[in-house]
Design a protein around this ligand. Structure first.
Ligand code: NAD
Length: 475
């Protein structure tokens, strides 16, 4: 299956391309060849998108939740029906293996279904007052929302924002990453075909800085939801300060994985190795820093290295491939530099450590005895590299886990219940997975602390992030 998605902008219910707009190449990371061209939004496009989102908002927020939910459910059904085409587009523009791409599309449909239901049970409250008086607390949609999403999960991370915002009664303007415009286009095609009213949802492709600056400065946008790097997140927050625009920031992470000697080592290794190389490590909650209790450190390294050597790297469209290339030309350079720095500072390379052949490939890599001074112990590698070192005591490993400014996800493997409870309490992160990596689920909040950002996506909290609270008192 080729790249079948017709790349366009979607503004005020109309698909747009051509007409003198700039077009930029979309590149397949397997070959580094251009496979499509994406039209870039102009100032006139953004003006039109803002006017449409503003105009459509009062009617959409007043639309019965049953009707809003029905459109979201229909869009979910269309995504499921089209899963093969959407996943093929996603794999070709981003590189992840086709099974992961399909799971991402189906997970996106599930988010639409979940928010279509959740909005029906979104209640306010009545406060206790003397007879004849009434005080109510109600939640209302914040208004037109701008979303900025990254290329690592280009449809799922967009679905998290768009499904919750639309369910809450907000209108949206979404800017997907220029590297992966096709899967975002397919999400909007599903919404359009499901009957989303004109002006409720716009898709503006193109230059990130131009689009974010223009949308935020407009004062039409009441909320910005961003997923991406901490640096860009801080920049957008500064832009939002001037207009007091609300923000949700889902930023980078550097997840510690605490492996205790009472875990089932074989079972743990069977879980952690595929998880490390999922999406070639380009996952904000990817397990990254492996702290392993000294008594099982050597056995852990041996088992990890053996499994890593067997990970089949290649074109994600081929069924036997287990890991594809990195998503863009910037990533292999960045990962190489981090691995070289770690080696220079004394880390041992047990497997991989080099770029792969052609395209943007990098070998699945395991580094041992990585010192705290190595850049990769401090900076998110966002690539297929596991870094490891041994620990002795519980207090020591908690200190290691918390030593970075990041706090997105943390994982631990132990059969000791009391230790598991303590880890849940003591590790500074938005999510903790104990004996599991399943932490991104439609009904659960997902978000970070410290430099990993704030605000939650997913769950009831994800809906609330698109609402403002009002207290109405009546004597
Ligand atoms: P980047 O910082 O250039 O961009 C990150 C994302 O923000 C991209 O999707 C980009 O299109 C968007 N962006 C950039 N400038 C923007 C602006 N002015 N306004 C709005 N959006 C803007 O980084 P990159 O090279 O794409 O990725 C590098 C690093 O970003 C990774 O190493 C990783 O740390 C982080 N990242 C995190 C996530 C996540 O899920 N939290 C996703 C992708 C990348």
């Amino acid at each position: 299956m080729g790249y079948e998605t017709d790349l366009k902008l979607f503004i005020d219910g109309v698909w747009k391309s051509g007409e003198g707009r700039d077009a930029h190449d979309v590149v397949n990371p397997v070959t580094a060849d251009a496979i499509a061209a994406v039209p870039y939004a102009t100032q006139a496009d953004l003006d039109e998108a803002l006017a449409a989102a503003n105009r459509a908002w009062p009617e959409w927020r007043s639309t019965e939740v049953e009707k809003r939910g029905a459109i979201l459910r229909k869009a979910a059904a269309l995504m499921r029906e089209r899963v093969d085409v959407i996943a093929a587009t996603l794999t070709q523009e981003q590189g992840k293996v086709i099974a992961e791409a399909k799971a991402e599309v189906l997970g996106s449909a599930q988010l639409f279904d979940w928010y279509a239901e959740e909005i029906k049970r979104d209640y306010g409250r009545t406060l206790v007052r003397p007879a004849g008086q009434l005080s109510r607390v109600i939640k209302q949609p914040v208004g037109p929302v701008a979303t900025f999403t990254p290329w690592n999960f280009p449809i799922y991370l967009l679905a998290k924002k768009v499904a919750a915002a639309l369910a809450a009664g907000c209108t949206v303007i979404s800017r997907p990453p220029h590297e992966t415009p096709g899967s975002a286009t397919e999400l909007f095609r599903a919404l359009a075909d499901a009957g989303i009213p004109s002006g409720v949802a716009q898709l503006v492709q193109g230059d990130a800085n131009f689009i974010s600056t223009t949308l935020i400065a407009s004062r039409t946008i009441r909320k910005v939801s961003f997923t991406g790097s901490t640096g860009v997140g801080k920049h957008l927050m500064k832009l939002c300060a001037d207009s007091m625009t609300l923000v949700t920031m889902e930023l980078g992470g550097h997840a510690p994985v605490l492996i205790f000697d009472d875990c089932d080592l074989e079972k743990t290794l069977d879980m952690v190795v595929p998880q490390k190389f999922r999406n070639a490590g380009q996952v904000c909650v990817s397990p990254t820093r492996f702290y392993v209790q000294s008594s099982i450190y050597d056995a852990f390294l041996k088992g990890f290295a053996e499994r890593t050597a067997k990970v089949k790297v290649g074109n994600g469209l081929e069924a036997e491939t287990r890991m594809g290339p990195l998503a863009n030309a910037r990533r292999p350079d960045a990962v190489s530099q981090l691995v070289d720095d770690a080696k220079a500072k004394g880390a041992r390379v047990l497997t991989g450590g080099e770029r792969g052949d052609g395209g943007y490939f990098f070998q699945p890599t395991l580094l041992a005895d990585v010192p705290d001074e190595a850049e990769i112990m401090n900076e998110e590698p966002f690539g297929p590299v596991a870094v490891s070192r041994a620990f002795d005591s519980f207090d020591e490993v908690i200190e290691h886990a918390n030593r970075l400014p990041y706090g997105l996800a943390a994982f631990a493997f132990t059969e000791n219940g009391r230790r598991a409870n303590l880890i849940g309490d003591l590790v500074e992160s938005g999510m903790v997975g104990i004996n599991t990596f399943a932490i991104s689920i439609a009904d659960a909040p997902f978000g970070g602390v410290k430099d990993s950002g704030f605000g939650s996506e997913g769950g009831k909290e994800g809906l609330e992030s698109y609402q403002v609270v009002k207290a109405i008192h009546q004597a």
